[in-house]
Design a protein around this ligand. Structure first.
Ligand SMILES: Cc1cc2nc3c(=O)[nH]c(=O)nc-3n(C[C@H](O)[C@H](O)[C@H](O)COP(=O)(O)OP(=O)(O)OC[C@H]3O[C@@H](n4cnc5c(N)ncnc54)[C@H](O)[C@@H]3O)c2cc1C
Length: 1065
């Protein structure tokens, strides 16, 4: 099966509709010839469903019982229990609902087995796509029966699914009549069922054959005069049916089918051509079948006298210029040097006989190969094989790929078989072009990939022969062993990066079994099946090739899926203009999105890999000495150094030097910093106008799709959750392992855009809540809240402030948290709760009183409240200088009888203050770091404006007051930055508690500084300054509001004074 066949829309439709004819392994071992003796007296074949066309419920139950440790035979006993009036029969006649059935049947099973039986899981398995799959041998037989002009019917005992549809996992188009027990309200062996079926078929009982696995059903049919076949196993039943019908129901040649109507070729002309080619002994009728793989270039089986051949031709119609290069494939397979090279490397390929370029013979050029009897495994789960056999098949496939990649290019004279180097880069461009040519609407992950792939190309690539479409169903195996007989479909072969082949051959590992174009393995238990995982397969490859596993494997997977998505998009586009049904077209469109999302998942994994592999900064050692140290780092131009002066704060004990400029950061952090700046330039600043527009549009209370898209990009760049300090997360389980001081530099850059903190998943109040969960959350709390927050899928809020009390003093907070019947019940009125209006907000960290009689600082507790808990009423969004800060907003909220499980308490009742004041730190100074960023951006904008604007005959920048404002701003920014960095540094070296003074100082210092700097910038701008054309107005209002949020200036000033006075005494 070739990748390019997907480029043909009609082909996808076929693939879509196709019942995947997976030939039973080992079945077609001989090359039988069937004598077609006609259809006899029978005109219709009627099939039971469960046990005949799909696995029987009894068989599914037996396997399920073993897996679930349920006494064997429980389900079977329950199925027959009660006879006609048992729950199963009632369910089949739709006399009871699924819910009632599950209840009644479950009870029955529990009575029989004396244990609790999780019936839901059995029911899901029974009706799952994985299990309820038609037997290929039956599907094939039905195709043959219908090809002979006989009718087919299914007489099913089935039921309604919870979605209201009847359970019929079959292709209805394969049957002239479908009789369903749940629709008719009658069930086999009731004679009415059979009569109904015969009537609809318009057949007499004697003209029909009925296949069932259950004796009573067969007996009832036989008593009406229908010929019956008992089905013990589908294979034997088909043989029996063949005897009765007198014509073959299975193809003698594996993986073939009768030639499709649209794929017919002129037999006479072909026969004449073959006789000329093969000589006089080639006499006899020409037998022609079509392989059900190789559809990009339709492939046929030919038998003429003693010759068995394979014909591969171009498809009919107009083709893309580069597609279906069978001449190239032919010349590849015919080239003596290539054959020799492949043979020397141990790569078996089919033996090619002739190329016919004369389109007059069969309508298109074609070439002929010798037929090589073997098996092609179309289903990667290799049904019917033992685990050890499966492993052997995958190992053999892996080995042969290694052999292809080991061909000595020079010795084989293949150095000119393709371009050297940059294979992946060229491929990426080719598929981007292909995609753009067939693009119908914007698919966000595709856009992201188009940007991401060229920027993350592998630095080192080997050049070998590459197959270009290497996968299981392009490998022909010996019918009885795992020996590879031939590697097929060399159409896309060239010279290139071998890892692209390896990744391509792993695609099935990540696709679901129900994926219409190619069944996958993602929902299979690979260890149970004996199939190596993609990682094992890749390691196996590296081991054989003697190479180290490449670290950017995710890139190759991302590219492979991107290529598939681009191909599917081509198919989709053609389906819109071609004859595909709209449903098919729509589904194909979804497949493009699905595969592009898979591709993007790998891009994100690559981002996380880079991020995780960054060496964690070591938490700085804390010592007990107070001493300034000389700077020891080598100075680089533009880099200033500073050693924390501890004179002023005896408690702040520092051992590391304060890095006050990014140039002083360690190389990996500096790289991260530079990368962040690049991403800001490339993605964040250009997106600001649209993000700003969204905030004022009618959709403002829903997250901006652009922002969500930027978040995805940030993930794939490894710029995600960098805020969590190494001290809180020493094993780098959740964050990047930066110190507070290192993060301060990055955080400042993020602060230059109002949107950046959220884009990099570093925004408030999530950062503080994440820190709280990492430090104090139980494993259950972490699993439920922390992970979605870290993944950026959820948001959170923090609810402390109350309208009725002065909340600067948190001991005033009145909301009550009372224990009742194993729950906590909350009542309270909060306001200014940032983020609570965001539809993604799932968690509210709630501060309230559990014990009003306890000592003052032990009355408050922190509780994790799911936002969907009944009783939370948002009264209104509040505005900050007229701005709503959508979609998070700042809400006024009532909590009325909000009932929360006791396990949601953080740390324990009465420990709210301890959490809020004692330990948490980083979340508290992020605002200050951002404020430095606001100010830098405001100053930059101010300078640019003042340079270009003329007033009174000279640029503004030459006006003395403007110069003074610029100078003053620089001085203030530098002061504040040093104080922020110092606070961060002391947190790193002495701990959050010891840094309380520095944190309080910067909380006093940073907001007014940013307020002043942005105010000056606004002034220099003139009228547009306070407009929303620039971020200045928002910087200004935020800076102003931050003089309350996180506690008012006065409270922090009071804290500084208190500590200062204590120190002096
Ligand atoms: C934009 C914004 C976002 C916010 N987000 C949140 C949030 O997410 N969650 C949350 O719980 N709260 C939030 N708040 C509320 C914020 O934390 C409180 O406004 C702050 O703690 C002050 O409490 P208060 O408004 O009740 O003021 P009050 O306690 O009533 O104080 C009023 C004023 O009194 C003065 N004052 C108070 N104490 C002293 C003192 N010791 N000495 C001298 N003067 C003093 C100060 O000037 C103060 O501004 C937010 C506020 C804003 C503006």
């Amino acid at each position: 099966m070739c990748l390019r066949r997907l480029l043909q829309s009609a082909q996808l439709q076929r693939a879509w509709r196709a019942v995947f004819v997976k030939h039973g392994q080992g079945r077609h071992q001989g090359a039988w010839r069937w004598t077609h003796s006609g259809g006899g007296t029978y005109r219709a074949v009627i099939f039971d469903m469960g046990g005949v066309l799909i696995p029987s419920p009894g068989r599914v139950a037996a396997e399920w019982e073993v897996q679930n440790h349920i006494p064997s035979g429980t389900i079977l006993k329950a199925l027959i229990s009660g006879g006609e009036n048992g729950p199963w029969m009632k369910f089949m006649r739709a006399e009871i609902t699924t819910e009632d059935f599950l209840q009644e049947f479950g009870r029955l099973c529990s009575e029989i087995s004396k244990t609790s039986v999780p019936l839901d899981s059995f029911f899901s398995l029974l009706t799952s796509e994985r299990v309820a799959k038609p037997f290929p041998v039956m599907t094939e037989a039905i195709t043959q029966i219908r090809a002979k002009g006989l009718q087919t019917a299914v007489l099913s005992s089935n039921f309604y699914l919870p979605n209201g549809k009847s359970f019929l996992p079959l292709d209805r188009k394969q049957f002239d009549v479908v009789v369903e027990s749940c629709l008719e309200g009658v069930c086999k062996p009731d004679a009415r069922m059979y009569k109904l079926c015969l009537e609809r078929l318009g057949r007499q009982p004697s003209e029909s054959i009925f296949l069932d696995d259950l004796g009573p059903n067969l007996k009832a049919a036989a008593s009406l005069g229908i010929h019956t076949i008992k089905v013990h196993d589908p294979e034997t039943a088909v043989k029996e049916l063949e005897t009765l019908l007198g014509f073959p129901l299975r193809m003698a040649v594996p993986n073939t089918r009768p030639v499709r109507k649209t794929m017919e070729i002129p037999k006479d002309s072909l026969e004449k051509y073959l006789k000329d080619l093969l000589g006089t002994q080639a006499t006899g009728p020409l037998e022609l079948l079509q392989f059900d793989h190789g559809q990009s270039n339709p492939t046929y089986y030919i038998r003429l006298a003693k010759h068995q051949l394979v014909l591969r031709k171009k498809p009919p119609g107009t083709l893309l210029p580069s597609a279906h290069a069978i001449e190239r494939e032919f010349s590849f397979l015919c080239s003596g040097r290539i054959m020799k090279a492949l043979a020397n490397a141990g790569v078996p390929v089919p033996k090619v006989l002739d190329l016919c370029e004369d389109s007059r013979v069969i309508g298109t050029p074609f070439y002929l190969m010798e037929y090589c009897p073997g098996l092609i495994y179309k289903d990667p789960s290799l049904p019917g094989l033992e685990p050890s056999q499966r492993r052997a098949i995958y190992t053999a496939m892996n080995r042969v790929l290694c052999k292809i990649h080991s061909v000595d290019l020079k010795a084989a004279g293949l150095e000119d078989y393709g371009k050297h180097g940059d294979y992946v880069a060229r491929q990426v461009q080719t598929w981007i072009k292909q995609y753009r040519a067939s693009e119908t609407s914007t698919i966000p992950p595709m856009e992201r990939l188009i940007e991401w792939l060229p920027l993350h190309l592998p630095r080192q690539q080997q050049t070998t022969v590459v197959h270009g479409d290497f996968r299981l169903d392009n490998v022909l195996f010996h019918p009885e062993t795992a020996e590879v007989l031939a590697v097929l479909d060399w159409e896309l072969s060239t010279l290139g990066d071998p890892l692209a082949d390896v990744a391509h051959s792993c695609l099935a590992h990540y696709l679901p079994s129900s994926f219409p174009v190619q069944p996958g393995l993602s929902d299979s238990d690979l260890s149970e099946l004996g199939i190596p995982t993609a990682e094992e397969y890749f390691r196996m490859y590296c081991l054989h090739m003697g190479i180290c596993p490449t670290e950017n494997w995710n890139f190759y997977m991302a590219f492979s899926f991107f290529r598939i998505a681009a191909i599917l998009q081509g198919v989709y586009k053609r389906s819109l203009t071609g004859h595909a049904s709209s449903a098919t077209g729509e589904q194909t469109g979804k497949l493009t999105e699905f595969t592009s999302n898979l591709a993007w998942d790998f891009a994100v994994k690559e981002g996380f890999r880079v991020f995780k592999e960054m060496p964690a900064s070591k938490p700085l050692t804390r010592s007990q000495h107070t001493r300034a140290r000389p700077q020891s780092l080598p100075r680089t131009p533009g880099m200033r150094s500073y050693v924390t002066s501890t004179d002023s704060s005896p408690a702040h004990i520092s051992k590391g030097a304060l890095v006050f400029s990014p140039e002083g950061l360690s190389p990996p952090v500096r790289e991260l910093y530079q990368w962040l700046k690049q991403v800001m330039e490339r993605h964040v600043y250009p997106a600001e106008p649209e993000l700003q527009h969204h905030q004022t549009s009618a959709e403002k209370w829903t997250p901006s799709p652009l922002l969500e898209d930027l978040k995805e990009k940030a993930k794939a760049e490894g710029l995600w959750n960098v805020f969590l300090p190494v001290e809180t997360d020493p094993e780098k389980k959740y964050g990047a392992g930066l110190t507070n001081e290192e993060y301060a530099h990055l955080c400042e850059v993020m602060g230059t855009s109002l949107y950046a903190p959220e884009i990099f998943n570093c925004s408030a109040p999530d950062t503080g809540n994440v820190e709280l969960l990492v430090r104090y959350g139980t494993e259950e709390q972490k699993a439920r809240w922390l992970i979605p927050l870290l993944e950026g899928k959820a948001r959170s809020c923090f609810a402390m402030t109350e309208p009725q009390v002065a909340s600067s003093d948190a001991t005033n907070v009145e909301s009550s948290i009372q224990e009742e019947d194993g729950f906590y019940v909350i009542n309270g009125h909060k306001w200014w709760i940032s983020g609570i209006l965001d539809p993604r907000c799932q968690l509210c960290v709630f501060m309230g009183k559990t014990d009003p009689h306890a000592p003052c600082h032990q009355q408050q507790s922190m509780l994790l409240v799911p936002m969907d808990t009944p009783g939370i009423k948002i009264i209104r969004p509040l505005t900050v200088y007229g701005l709503e800060d959508a979609p998070g907003g700042h809400g006024e909220v009532l909590f009325e009888q909000v009932c929360v499980p006791k396990e949601n308490m953080v740390l324990g009742p009465g420990r709210g203050f301890e959490i809020a004041q004692g330990q948490l730190g980083p979340g508290r100074i992020h605002h200050c770091m951002w404020l430095i960023g606001y100010s830098e951006r405001a100053l930059a904008l101010m300078k640019a404006r003042a340079k270009s604007r003329m007033a009174f005959g000279k640029p503004l920048v030459e006006q003395g007051t403007v110069l003074a404002d610029i100078a003053q701003s620089r001085v203030e920014i530098e002061q504040a930055r040093l104080l922020v960095l110092k606070a961060a540094h002391v947190m790193d070296v002495a701990g959050n508690k010891a840094a309380a003074l520095d944190i309080a100082m910067i909380k006093v210092g940073a907001p007014p500084m940013a307020y002043q700097v942005t105010d000056r910038a606004i002034q220099a701008f003139g009228a547009p300054g306070p407009s929303s054309d620039y971020p200045l107005a928002q910087f200004f209002t935020r800076a102003r509001a931050l003089r309350f949020a996180d506690g008012p200036d006065e409270v922090h000033r009071a804290a500084v004074a208190k500590m200062e006075l204590k120190r002096c005494s």
